[in-house]
Ligand binder design. Sequence first.
Ligand code: GP9
Ligand code: MN
Length: 432
Amino acid sequence: TSSDLNTILQFTKKHYAKANSSMFGIAKGRNVIVIHLESFEQFLINYKLNGKEVTPFLNSLYNSKSTYSFSNFFNQVGQGKTSDAENMLETSTYGLPQGSLFSSLGTDNTFEGAPAILSQRSGYSSAVFHGNKGSFWNRNNVYKNLGYQNFFDASYFNTNANNLTEYGLKDKLLFHDSVKYLERLQQPFYAKFITVSNHFPYDLDKQNTSFKAANTGDSSVDNYFVTAHYLDQAVKEFFDYLKNSGLYNNSMIIIYGDHYGISNSRNLKLASLLGKSSSTWNDFDNLQMQRVPFMIHIPGIQNGGIQKQYGGEIDVLPTLLHLLGISSKRYIQFGTDLFSSNHDQVVAFRNENFTTPKYSVINGVIYDNSTGIQITHPSSSLAAKIKKDSEKVNTELSLSDTLNNKNLLRFYVPKGFTPVNPKDYNYKDSFG
Ligand code: GP9
Ligand code: MN
């Protein structure tokens, strides 16, 4: 195991990308608010259904000069879905090839994740707000191991039947009813809001429905637009609160989609709404649909805009740390700062497929991104490049798996890091 750890350290040290000096520390000391947009795909951004924007508020953030908006950011989850996305964002390590890391390893493993690092390096308090039972995806155990000081789960909210959709509190209520807890957090805080209303099968009561469904004949595809619109309104209402309370100006708000909302098989129904034909729809098209939003909104900045570099969920933590003026170099992280000139643009998917700015490799087949056409006879230089990228992807995934499966972080204490003691946290009396 000590040789495993050395191999991993060798990889992550070599792979480390140093911060872009013009971005390092630009959000230093701000509160960090992370908004998890459930099942939200990038294609919804700026998309119009029957001439109407589905998510006008998120669009306004995406198009704002105060937002770094990523147009080629991919979800990298496996079977652990939401929990895999959370794991990648909090730790910059991958989920597992099967199942959910949160569920299978989250109770006993050592984590060196965002809440602990932010607390120890910069004095941040931390909290998660989520309107489902705390035990879902084993969050109540994992969050303690991550060093989350507070977890406001369903037990903190009024969950009478009218207030719920299938996975918990309706998003507007989650944001609204969290304020009384949020206001008591010591600043600066690191606070994550996990929404649920835009979750398959995208059911919502009539009262909350103010967008006309699509008409593809698949009710989950059709209603996806309705619940996405509701989520957009919920985020807008929360921003209104942030502005009115004054929290807005000293916060940085990170917004991301966790994974696809429409499955590959249902994409055939969606195709026509995207101006595509279902008869030619293929693996390459499905891969394009794995894009999810990633937006970093920093009130007051004016040089934001669309960022075209390729990246994914694994890259969020080093990016975040650098924006807050915290070097990520001493930690074992598999992603790289999206703003770094050395950022690694090879985006690994959990099944070893990958995409890069120029080409994608899906089940061994190479596609040219600019045309979507298969490259059946790559030049020898392209073949060599693909071999190298593909080896990197496999190495990175397997080192991450070794790290997590063997719980190796328990043997690696980064400089100045105090290992998290889960017994320090009791989520039953967070301002209860
Ligand atoms: C439930 C939620 C859904 O608490 O986060 O998780 P998912 O089904 O998307 O993995
Ligand atoms: Mn999810």
